[in-house]
Design a protein around this ligand. Structure first.
Ligand SMILES: C[S@@+](CC[C@H](N)C(=O)[O-])C[C@H]1O[C@@H](n2cnc3c(N)ncnc32)[C@H](O)[C@@H]1O
Length: 316
């Protein structure tokens, strides 16, 4: 039996967050809102696309180096995963680690998290699975495992760290560092800088799956907080900002229009954009510098032969 700990923020906080973001110039929406049940499924579809090199490359790196990663992590760890999604890459770890004390998947997308946790619970009998629904931008209380824990290892795959601007990335890593004592570690997937064409295609595929994923943020808001966004009146755009080293995903308003959110009317001019997600790309040195600001030292970096992606193990 899997018991979910629910620390998902209340709808009132969500509405306040949305209105604050849409009152900025340029308008924004928090990228966590891309993920409801449908958004998580669309993300899985993105991972299957030939253009989205990240997911298959990261999985390949994990598979190729599983034994070495497991040796660094050691036995009896409490495995805490932020933004766990379908927990697919986690299976590589769970297949290789010895005597994992418990697994704590944390995600904002509640139904998807619970389904993934149940699948892990079924496939790894004997492993205690303790899912927590919450926003990792806030403090999250971790459940207490029944077994004794030798060390805590935080897993953060999927290049999700790239969604944070550099300042908030350091703050997030500092919160992770607070969980880690001597011997504990952070295993993280970090996407690397590369050709603009490869990057832009990964975030704007010809089949339009990423476009659907991006528009899902509006669908999610209509379902959850009763806004009246017309999805057809916005279009997806993804561009690489070379100076900032990040992909930017936007939704562009096709017409002059008004949208009502909790009784508040927000106007959009034709061509105006909502910034929905950033995805920063790092050099290994650049990421090591960022992590050091949060007190982490990079112990090992694994990459693929084309240096598209990296999996890194860090300690305090
Ligand atoms: C890029 S996906 C990665 C999923 C999975 N880790 C993987 O590698 O395939 C990001 C995941 O983080 C979750 N997420 C995004 N923002 C979040 C937040 N603020 N708090 C908790 N989870 C969040 C999403 O629901 C999604 O499952």
């Amino acid at each position: 039996m899997v018991q979910l700990t629910d620390q998902k923020p209340e709808t009132e906080l969500l509405i306040a967050d949305v209105l604050k973001s849409l009152r900025k110039s340029p308008k924004e929406l928090p990228c966590k809102l891309l993920y409801d049940e449908r958004g998580s499924e669309l993300y899985n579809d993105i991972c299957e696309m030939p253009e989205y090199y990240q997911a298959r490359t990261e999985t390949r790196i994990m598979l190729d180096n599983a034994a070495e990663i497991a040796r660094l992590i050691g036995t009896n760890c409490l495995l805490i995963e932020y933004g766990s999604g379908s927990s697919d890459k986690t299976r590589v770890l769970l297949d290789t680690l010895e005597d994992t004390a418990a697994y704590v998947p944390i995600d904002i997308s509640k139904e998807h998290l619970l389904a993934a946790a149940k699948d892990i619970n079924r496939d790894y009998p004997g492993l205690e699975v303790l899912p927590v629904c919450g926003d990792y931008n806030n403090h999250i209380d971790l459940p207490t495992p029944s077994k004794e824990v030798a060390r805590r290892v935080v897993y953060f795959p999927g290049s999700t760290i790239g969604n944070f601007d550099p300042g908030p990335a350091v703050e997030f890593l500092q919160r992770v560092a607070e969980l880690c004592g001597p011997g504990d570690g952070l295993l993280i997937g970090v996407d690397l800088k590369k050709d603009v064409e490869v990057l832009e295609l990964a975030y704007d595929d010809p089949a339009g799956i990423t476009a659907d994923f991006n528009l899902n943020i509006l669908r999610h808001l209509n379902n959850d907080i009763g806004s009246d966004f017309e999805l057809d009146a916005f279009r997806h755009r993804a561009v690489y900002n070379e100076d900032e080293g990040r992909i930017e995903m936007h939704l562009i308003s096709e017409v002059d229009q008004e949208v009502t959110i909790d009784g508040v009317v927000i106007s959009f001019a034709e061509g105006e954009n909502i910034w929905t997600e950033s995805s920063y790309k790092y050099s290994p040195e650049g990421f090591a510098r960022l992590a050091s600001k949060a007190g982490f030292t990079v112990k090992h970096v694994w990459t693929d032969e084309k240096n598209l992606f990296s999996v890194q193990y860090l300690t305090r």
